[in-house]
Design a protein around this ligand. Structure first.
Ligand code: AKG
Ligand code: FE2
Length: 345
């Protein structure tokens, strides 16, 4: 069983011929179905980026992670707002357990930075030559891709042009996050995870990775797919379903939706649990997710278009989704992610 593969090409083209319209409708429908069924899909972006470009980013991150610890600590997030910068191995915590990874996070720059305020500091960059310019170029491309995929998703929900405009105003100044992660292999007798099961909290994640297989695992509610993952703790509580591997596919990023999409669609699209287990190899697995998020002050609430769909087919779990301001939701989340918890704020 593999997640759907969707080529974004028709949404990149400027021509609005009848052919292109039909292709766009097909892409929008595929994304809609993937979001209802899995909350995850492969997005083929080979006509949007040169495949060499993300490979260079992986090589640059590998170069940084192989530096001596004290070099890496020079850009520690502890110098800044506790979020922007380098986090050592096991400094990040998911579900109360230390993750077996190190990483660097960069967020959308803010006006009047103040590192005493959560998330409001400045980004820190490795001195590895060309690192910053190449990552910044990728961030710009992924931001544009985010807007393009949002347009396709609005079409997939049959939104009116006014509704589309209203949604695009919630993401036109995305409070994005770029992350480079290094996962050293888990020791064979280790019962934990490289990154514990979690949902992403924002809007859209575009994940590019080195070719290491069997690292990212995705939880699917479908019970009729044989799980290709065994011998690990359940982590999903009592929910029925299976964990499946999401191996990298050349030319694609792995795309998943975060909790904001769950609210926008009143639970029609589910933000999906995923986790990383990297073992049995003798090298670090390098992975570079980009998180396309709503604006910091976006008011996120169930969209009329999703409620129209649900009028025919109500949300089976009957849960009521409450509106949130994205920035407030984010501040609450990041406070929970590091070893010393909320106290640092
Ligand atoms: O490294 C991966 O494959 C996934 C990382 C991830 O889920 C995250 O950073 O939110
Ligand atoms: Fe994630």
């Amino acid at each position: 069983m593999s997640l759907p593969i969707i080529d974004i090409l028709p949404y990149l083209e400027d021509d609005r011929s009848t052919d292109n319209e039909a292709q766009r409708r097909e892409v929008a429908a595929k994304i809609h179905n993937a979001c209802v069924d899995y909350g995850f899909f492969y997005l083929n972006i080979s006509s949007y980026v040169d495949p060499q470009e993300p490979e260079e980013l992986i090589a640059l991150a590998r170069q940084f992670f192989s530096l001596p610890q004290e070099e890496k600590d020079k850009i520690s997030l502890r110098n800044e707002d506790q979020a922007r910068g380098y986090a050592r191995l096991k400094e990040n915590v998911t579900n109360g357990k230390a993750d077996n990874h190190e990483g660097i996070d960069w967020y959308r720059p803010v006006k009047n930075p103040d590192k005493t305020k959560p998330l409001w500091g400045e980004n820190q960059w490795p001195t590895v030559p060309t690192f910053r310019e190449k990552y910044e170029r990728w961030v710009n491309k992924m931001k544009i891709l985010g807007v393009i995929v949002m347009r396709a998703m609005a079409d997939g929900l049959s939104m009116t042009s006014e509704e589309r405009e209203d949604l695009s105003c919630q993401v036109d100044d995305s409070f994005w996050v770029m992350r480079a992660i290094g996962y050293p292999p888990l020791p064979n007798d280790h019962d934990g995870f490289s990154c514990g099961a979690h949902k992403d909290y924002g809007c859209l994640t575009f994940l590019y990775t080195d070719p290491t297989p069997a690292a990212l695992q995705v939880f699917t509610h479908k019970v009729d797919v044989g799980s290709d993952v065994s011998g690990l703790p359940a982590e999903q509580g009592s929910q029925p379903g299976s964990w499946i591997n999401a191996n990298p596919i050349p030319g694609c990023v792995i795309c998943n939706i975060g909790e904001m999409w769950e609210i926008w669609t009143n639970g029609l699209y589910k933000s999906t649990l995923h986790r990383v287990v990297h073992r049995s190899m003798n090298y670090s697995d390098i992975r570079i997710p980009f998180f396309f998020e709503p604006n910091f002050n976006a008011h996120v609430k169930p969209l009329a278009a999703a409620l129209r769909i649900q009028a025919d087919k109500p949300n089976p779990d009957g849960k009521e989704y409450k509106p949130v301001v994205y920035g407030d939701f984010l501040l609450n989340k990041v406070g929970n992610n590091f070893s010393d918890g909320k106290e640092k704020y």
